[in-house]
Design a protein around this ligand. Structure first.
Ligand code: ADP
Ligand code: MG
Length: 582
């Protein structure tokens, strides 16, 4: 018997319900309104009163309307066919633009149940298996999609039979397992999992020890992100958060991209649907969408759905990680999610924390970031979720609660500066304030020693020092005037500008400059640091300025030329000549 209830109060999306039986925290229920059933989630229970947040507009809802509790939590449907999908936070399929404007109470099936998949068995009869072990495989596009023992299965099972290679629908039985009591259970290609619970089923979760190449120089060279690591991009409106995330999606060394888009404005939702399918996979030249899933809040959905989006996105990420894939999870912007939490908390009349956010905001954000990571699977393979979220602090104030809480949770900080964006110095990542804590991990330092060259991190530290010194020199010049400071200040300033223009600034929209492989990043950094190591004897600051402007120009031409091409080498030779002409 399902627990039922009656609506007793309505404050926007928060509805109070008198219930006739047990209900659980986070349980899903449906509220009947004019023949449709609207999905809602229990967020507070007190005696026979439950507070539920409705994922739809509650317009027209009345006291006394019927509620039916479902006995399960908000779940994601997991199986082949997720890739290339556009979903909303409740995993409604938004395959068409009409989907963006689903009617109230309309829910679609997340996966195509008619589609036929070519299945190949992996497990064999007699084998002992546990949750998340691989039973077989289908090709999802060109990626191997593992069919696993459902994550909800507890204990050890024995494989009775795995279906022979052949064509199956996701709902067909592909394996029969027997549990410890000798009971048989059938496994299909599709399973469900509650989105707010982390998927386990792996051996261990070591600290990240590899770097994930992104092709973005200010990240890879200066503040690298680890595979399985976490980072965040705070920045005021219009400073380049979305452009940077799209560049990461296109270029990062990941198998699967999952993009949770909690749009800032309604038209951004439409933009992501039109832009993303056009993005090219920089590694294969194919459409990026083939290995991407977009979770997007539709404009007609209330804020509550934003919360569901980020959790659904993380759950899909964990699903692919369990298959041994490298997942890059992007969320733009997590501030919208935090605002949803704030709205609900306020309506529940909870004691507010700073700026009206829930008191446990920090814990909620930390727990979410903690679901990312590099894992060692039971079969010795590995998988990872690298998570990068954007934060849009109101008025660019980095002291606000969402930014502060995220700072505690994420290991990399890519702060976008309004000042740099105003000067069109893109990406506007502030080279002084930003950091990657991974550069302090001995295992990462060692990895970079092997991957790039011994002592690489020392070079990075030196580069940051030159940038900071240049900034100080710039301030002195500004106060004391061009002639009021020693020549060395001008030289220091221009050396930092050289790093800024050649290494940090990068045109995301240029085919060559947009993505820089590590080998090339090393070459350019060595080149620029080589120049910074020289000391020059300029007769006045004007000569210094002209000289460095020339060098910057030549180096920038190199950035726009294919690495080691004839053109590239031409500029390299030109640079060598310029350097001989001191
Ligand atoms: P936000 O998401 O922070 O509001 P956007 O990512 O939409 O900002 O960026 C705003 C604009 O800044 C873009 O439309 C683009 O013109 C410019 N821009 C941002 N980053 C870059 C970049 N790396 N290269 C070139 N232009 C950029
Ligand atoms: Mg944006």
């Amino acid at each position: 018997m399902k627990t039922t209830g009656k609506v007793t109060g309505i404050i926007a999306n928060l509805v109070t319900v008198e219930v006739d039986g047990p209900v659980a925290q986070n349980e899903i229920c449906f509220i009947e309104l004019g023949g449709v059933k609207m999905m809602a989630e229990v967020i507070k229970v007190n005696g026979n009163k439950a507070s539920v947040q409705v994922y739809e507009s509650t317009r027209g809802l009345q006291i006394g309307d019927k509620v039916e509790f479902q006995g399960y939590m908000l779940e994601a449907t997991l199986g082949p066919g997720l890739l290339s999908s556009n979903y909303d936070g409740l995993q409604n399929n938004l395959a068409t633009m009409e989907g963006v404007f689903l009617k109230r109470g309309e829910y679609t099936k997340p996966l195509d149940e008619e589609k036929i998949w070519d299945f190949t068995p992996i497990a064999e009869a007699g084998q002992q298996v546990v949750a998340a072990d691989w039973l077989g495989e289908v090709k999802e596009g060109w990626l191997p999609h593992k069919i696993m023992v459902p994550f909800s299965f507890a204990g050890t099972y024995t494989v009775k039979q795995v279906a022979p290679a052949g064509q199956y629908k996701i709902t067909d039985t592909i394996a029969t397992l027997t549990n410890a009591d000798g009971e048989e259970v059938k496994v299909t290609m599709v399973q469900k999992w509650p989105v707010k619970v982390a998927i386990g089923g792996y051996q261990e979760k070591p600290r990240p020890f590899k770097v994930m190449e992104t092709g973005v120089r200010t990240i890879d060279t200066l503040n690298p992100i680890a595979e399985g690591g976490t980072g965040f991009i705070p920045g005021p409106f219009g400073c380049g958060k979305t452009v940077l995330q799209h560049a990461l999606a296109e270029q990062a060394d990941a198998d699967i991209i999952i993009m949770a888009a909690c749009g800032e404005r309604a038209n951004e939702v439409v933009e992501i649907f039109t832009e993303f399918p056009e993005l090219k996979d920089k590694h294969t030249g194919r459409s990026l969408m083939e290995r991407t899933i977009i979770i997007c809040n539709t404009s007609n959905m209330p804020v509550a759905a934003r919360e569901a989006s980020v959790y659904t996105a993380m759950t899909l990420g964990e699903y692919y990680r369990a298959m041994g894939m490298k997942v890059l999870l992007l969320a733009d912007s997590t501030s919208r999610w935090a605002q949803a939490l704030r709205e609900m908390s306020n309506r529940l009349e909870e004691l507010p924390g700073q700026d009206g956010f829930p008191v446990d905001l920090s814990a909620i954000i930390s727990n979410f970031y903690a679901r990312a990571g590099y894992v060692k699977l039971n079969n010795g393979e590995s998988g990872s979720i690298t998570f990068i979220g954007t934060v849009s602090p109101a008025g660019g104030n980095l002291k606000e609660p969402v930014t502060e809480s995220t700072k505690k949770a994420a290991r990399c900080f890519y702060g976008l500066s309004q000042n740099r964006a105003d000067k069109k110095r893109y990406p506007a990542v502030d080279p002084v304030d930003s950091y990657s804590k991974y550069l302090e991990y001995p295992e990462i330092i060692e990895y970079l020693d092997q991957k790039i060259e011994k002592g690489w991190v020392d070079k990075v530290t030196k580069t940051k020092f030159i940038i900071r010194r240049g900034k100080d020199a710039y301030e002195q010049i500004n106060i004391l005037g061009d002639d009021g400071v020693p020549m060395s200040y001008h030289e220091q300033y221009w050396k930092s500008e050289l790093i800024d223009f050649v290494i940090l600034q990068q045109d995301a929209f240029d085919d060559i400059d947009g993505s820089t492989p590590l080998e090339r990043q090393k070459f350019m950094l060595d080149l620029v640091l080589g120049i910074c190591d020289r000391s020059f004897k300029f007769k006045d600051f004007e000569e210094c300025t002209t000289y460095f402007k020339g060098l910057i120009n030549t180096c920038r031409q190199m950035n726009y030329s294919l690495y080691q091409s004839e053109q590239f080498n031409k500029y390299l030779n030109q640079l060598k000549e310029e350097l001989n002409h001191e």
